[in-house]
Design a binder for this molecule. Structure first.
Ligand code: ADP
Ligand code: ADP
Length: 228
């Protein structure tokens, strides 16, 4: 579902953030992405969302080679990728319902379908009874669940999370991870960038480890003939 072939990303200032990264995540696989600050985690996620383009190598998502994807098709790609952020980026001037409905409104889903789909997403994160509240009235863990409902309301085949539990205590963090697990069980490919080694160890999932832009664990061996 997500494949990196010899991906290198060099920024305009000549800084190389990723070096010859190879890996392959299957449909329904859940994996972690870890490494020190500056190791290249956010860059890797940005390449999947096409917020950045690779300098070399190929990025393939859902069978689509992203390198040559025309700019006008980027919004269509993004609809197939749910993203969860550490600070969840909720709007505090509208209700939980309206926050979750936003991606559907942007993509022109008919109004009669919006209510059903928002409630299905809120149900999956256990917040069906909070739809009329303002996110500011919710706890940190609940706010993050609203962020997850918003990320999955379009039923994307890919779910990315950048430090989704950065502000949560260990118990709430584990709850959030179990939610991600449930999405992977219905076929969603989930990639979670995290620093939280204890949490990652507890989950016992595949872990892609970046060190100064190199994938040092969890990837696949370089293909034959490529100089190491
Ligand atoms: P992480 O998410 O693991 O902290 P990043 O992917 O954010 O790592 O950054 C990897 C490296 O690339 C860092 O050294 C960072 O300073 C650099 N970097 C990130 N974004 C840019 C950019 N837009 N331009 C130049 N350098 C960048
Ligand atoms: P409907 O098809 O009526 O919109 P639901 O929204 O309740 O029904 O979803 C139907 C099934 O699809 C559920 O079992 C749900 O768990 C599963 N599903 C598949 N992909 C996703 C996704 N990306 N996010 C959430 N649920 C998903």
């Amino acid at each position: 579902m997500i494949e990196f072939q010899q991906v290198t990303k060099r920024y305009d200032n000549d800084h190389t953030a990723l070096r010859q990264v190879n890996f392959d995540l299957a449909r329904g696989e859940m994996a972690f992405l870890t490494g020190h600050s500056g190791a290249g985690k956010s860059t890797l996620l940005k390449l999947i969302m096409l917020m950045e383009r690779p300098s070399a190598g190929r990025v393939i998502v859902g069978g689509q080679v992203l390198n040559t994807l025309p700019r006008r098709q980027i919004p269509y790609l993004r609809r197939h990728i749910g993203v969860v952020f550490q600070n969840h980026q909720l709007l505090f001037d509208r209700t939980v319902f309206d926050n979750v409905a936003m991606p559907l409104q942007v993509t022109g889903v008919p109004a009669r379908d919006i209510g059903r789909r928002v409630r299905a997403a809120l149900d999956k994160v256990g917040l069906l009874d909070k739809e009329k509240m303002n996110p500011i009235q919710l706890s940190g863990g609940e706010q993050q669940r609203v962020g997850i409902a918003r990320a999955v309301v379009n039923k994307p085949p890919v779910l990315l999370a950048d430090e989704p539990t950065g502000n949560l205590d260990p118990e709430l963090s584990a709850d959030i991870m179990h939610l991600f697990e449930q999405f992977s069980q219905v076929g969603v490919t989930v990639l979670i960038a995290s620093h939280d080694i204890a949490l990652i160890t507890n989950m016992g999932r595949r872990t892609l480890t970046l060190d100064q832009g190199r994938l040092v664990a969890g990837g696949k061996p370089l293909s034959v003939g490529v100089p190491v």
